[in-house]
Design a protein around this ligand. Structure first.
Ligand code: FAD
Length: 696
């Protein structure tokens, strides 16, 4: 008999974020100004757990709903009681506030232990079911980190379940396809990526739920080891509105103009790729190498930068060229001139900061390689490109951790892409990706060589592996970065640290985050955002073999079936036409996407390739190898035409480096219209035949 613990979270309603939700002084969000709702994916997790209970036919199985949050978070527990939960637990305590993912996963794991002891009577036959991620954090880190704390298997990105041969088999999303897996032993953590079968509450059940008891525990009841701000391994440096997309977002009113725009875009292209192009700041130089010892133009926030500039100018006017010459008398003089900008405490901190010239962290800059069938994932090459730039600034080497079976042949390409040292962990048990076995091998290798920065691709695999590795090593982790820069924060005594910038709250805000209290700074970065360097076959590098002790007991999942795309697709083509769920059938896809591809190919004399959204692939409109996006292929054609595609983040990540994006969608509010260069509101059934006729 399995029991279920479902994790629920109350989150701000990201569809209703207003300008006054930002504190202009601190650059942080004022949560009280945001409407709270239950995290949508958590409602799907609840429905999923209920489905598991039904499928197993076990009427005695219990569903315990658990949330951590302020007292008002009890609303989400009442929601669950009105649907299918039997017992609810609210972990609430001021001391838990301000937590990052590590300081969230840790107390939640301790609550799970307490539930197992006190509610399940130490019965370990249970599943922890969570939404893949919450809309406020968007990190997908908490569930794998709970699994890591509890030493459990984690099955991430699950979309379906079947009860077969007395056990559950889960269908989940993997890079390039899908997989059916089962946990080798229980307990296990499941993260639900999509399960759109809502649970409804009756009026009577809602009334009953309102009167039911909720178990309330505080931090003293669970005795967790990492809680709140002090237990967190990352800190938010600033939150700011996202820059405007560099896409034009221009509406086209008729098919004739659309045909012209398509032809013009192909001939001329646009100056710069859209929002995906990574924003990199000036090349960082370590303080000891700067011409001016007082130059602190690499400060984290604008105010710090300005204060240091004022201080440097004042010191120059006073004729001071050595920080050791700043005595009490000079300090007074500085404050007389600059006292309106900073006070004595801040001045003391800056002077201490000026004395620092050595980087805070040391060690190499590492990338954890992702690969399958002896092919390196393109995102790994992109990360090596950025790692090379970061390492050059910090005057260190680039290392790549390559774990798998018979992987050495890939080392040459990694070196050509910019790596200096390849750390190979070769073991038959690492042939297939297993989160627990890979985490063990990679964490051990990182622990031994202690790089200062570790980058993972924010792919389905990387977003599961990185949280487990970072948690195991007690290091901070920032998810889905779109920009990675080296800066100083000398006033806080930090030199050459990694500033990790990422979208949050569904892309409504950007946050810059730094690691704290960690040996290594870790981040996952979005595929398609960093730039791959042109490969140089003359580069040389070193191969370092790292041995790990693995046994069958380290394999946490049984892989029952894997379906990945195969065949021949030329995603290097200059034009790609993709069809989404809006194509409605395989025949329509073939007729509409096919005719537009053929017509453009004839007209422009180039190869035009077919692409698709995941939803189109899942409906069988075209083979999986054609999928574009986070778990498909990231592409960078000159022209991308999206037909009947809504513009989900996982799709748009894959086209971020495209020169021109044109969208055709019948919904005037389709999100893709805010992420493309040109769009037309129209039904593909009418628009495409007309367009083909006009272009012919
Ligand atoms: C871990 C994970 C990884 C993922 N990886 C990927 C990935 O790699 N690639 C990917 O694409 N998705 C991926 N997804 C799925 C993604 O979240 C979306 O579900 C998917 O992209 C939606 O595809 P779609 O736009 O075709 O479908 P929908 O979102 O359903 O949109 C269909 C669109 O078609 C329009 N439409 C309908 N009929 C017509 C018509 N007759 N004419 C014109 N327009 C019409 C509708 O207005 C709508 O906007 C991933 C999800 C997860 C959780």
């Amino acid at each position: 008999m399995s029991n279920y613990i479902v994790l629920l979270k109350q989150v701000p309603d990201i569809t209703q974020i207003t300008d006054n939700a930002f504190d202009p002084e601190s650059g942080t969000l004022i949560r009280s100004r945001l409407v709270s709702v239950i995290n949508e994916l958590d409602t799907q997790a609840l429905a999923f757990a209920n489905q598991m209970r039904l499928e197993s036919g076990d009427r005695n199985a219990r569903i315990v709903a658990l949330t951590m949050g302020p007292p008002m978070a009890e609303e989400v527990l009442r929601y669950s009681l009105a649907r299918c939960a039997d017992i609810t637990v609210l972990l609430t305590d001021k001391a838990l506030g301000g937590a990052d993912t590590m300081a969230t996963a840790n107390p939640l794991a301790f609550v799970v232990r307490k539930i197992v002891t006190e509610i399940f009577n130490n019965d370990n036959d249970y599943y922890i079911v969570c939404g893949m991620q919450s809309v406020d954090g968007d990190t997908a880190q908490v569930p794998p980190q709970i699994a890591e704390e509890l030493g459990l298997a984690c099955i991430a990105y699950v979309t379906g379940v079947e009860f077969r041969n007395s056990r559950f088999e889960f269908t989940r999303i993997i890079s390039g396809g899908s997989q059916v897996v089962a946990a080798k032993k229980l307990p296990a953590v499941i993260t639900v990526a999509k399960y759109e079968y809502p649970l409804f509450a009756t009026f009577a059940a809602t009334r009953r739920a309102a009167g039911m008891e909720i178990i309330r525990w505080g931090s003293d009841d669970v005795d967790a080891t990492h809680i709140g701000v002090s237990g967190s391994k990352t800190r938010v440096i600033r939150v700011f509105p996202p820059g405007k997309s560099t896409r034009k977002c221009e509406k086209i009113s008729n098919v004739n103009s659309l045909a012209e725009v398509i032809l013009d875009s192909f001939k001329t292209g646009v100056a710069e790729a859209g929002q995906g192009s990574s924003r990199q700041t000036t090349h960082y130089v370590l303080p000891a190498r700067r011409d001016d010892k007082f130059d602190r133009t690499f400060e984290g926030i604008k105010k710090e930068n300005e204060d240091f500039k004022i201080l440097a100018d004042t010191l120059s006017r006073l004729g001071i060229s050595d920080v050791e010459h700043i005595d009490e008398y000079i300090k007074k003089k500085i404050l007389t001139v600059a006292g309106e900008h900073f006070h004595d405490k801040a001045l003391d901190d800056m002077i201490t900061g000026l004395q620092l010239t050595e980087p805070t962290y040391n060690g190499e800059v590492w990338v954890v390689a992702e690969h399958s069938n002896n092919l390196v994932h393109p995102a790994t090459f992109e990360l090596i490109g950025r790692a090379r730039q970061l390492a050059d600034s910090l005057e260190t080497r680039v290392g790549v951790c390559l774990a798998g079976y018979r992987v050495e042949p890939m080392a040459k390409q990694l070196i050509a892409a910019g790596a200096d040292n390849i750390y190979i962990i070769d073991d038959e048990l690492l042939e297939e990706f297993d989160p627990v076995a890979h985490r063990k091998a990679i964490a051990e290798c990182i622990g031994k060589y202690q790089p200062q920065i570790v980058l993972f691709a924010a792919t389905a695999q990387g977003r599961m592996l990185a949280p487990m590795v970072s948690y195991r090593l007690g290091c901070g982790l920032t998810a889905d970065c779109t920009s990675l820069d080296i800066k100083d924060s000398s006033r806080k005594g930090q030199i050459g640290i990694l500033f990790q910038t990422r979208p949050a709250l569904g892309g409504n805000v950007m946050a810059t985050i730094c690691t704290k209290d960690s040996r290594s700074q870790m981040a996952t970065a979005r595929p398609g955002v960093m730039k791959r360097l042109p490969p140089r076959d003359d580069r040389t590098g070193k191969i370092i073999e790292h041995k790990v002790q693995l046994s069958d007991s380290d394999i946490s999942l049984e892989i029952i079936k894997t379906e990945v795309g195969s065949g021949d697709v030329n995603f290097g083509a200059e034009i790609i036409v993709s069809g989404g769920k809006g194509m409605r059938s395989r025949d329509n896809y073939e007729r509409l996407v096919g005719s537009l591809c053929d017509c453009l190919s004839r007209k422009l004399g180039v190869q035009v390739e077919r692409g698709a959204s995941r939803a189109a692939v899942e409906r069988g409109f075209i083979e999986r190898i054609h999928q574009v996006g986070q778990t498909g292929t990231a592409i960078a054609p000159k022209l991308y035409i999206a037909l009947g595609i809504s513009g989900a983040i996982q799709h748009m990540i894959g086209v971020a480096n495209t020169e021109t994006i044109i969208a055709i969608n019948k919904d005037p509010n389709a999100p893709i219209f805010k992420q493309c260069d040109y769009y037309i509101v129209g039904d593909v059934e009418d628009t495409i035949p007309q367009l083909v006729q006009t272009l012919a």
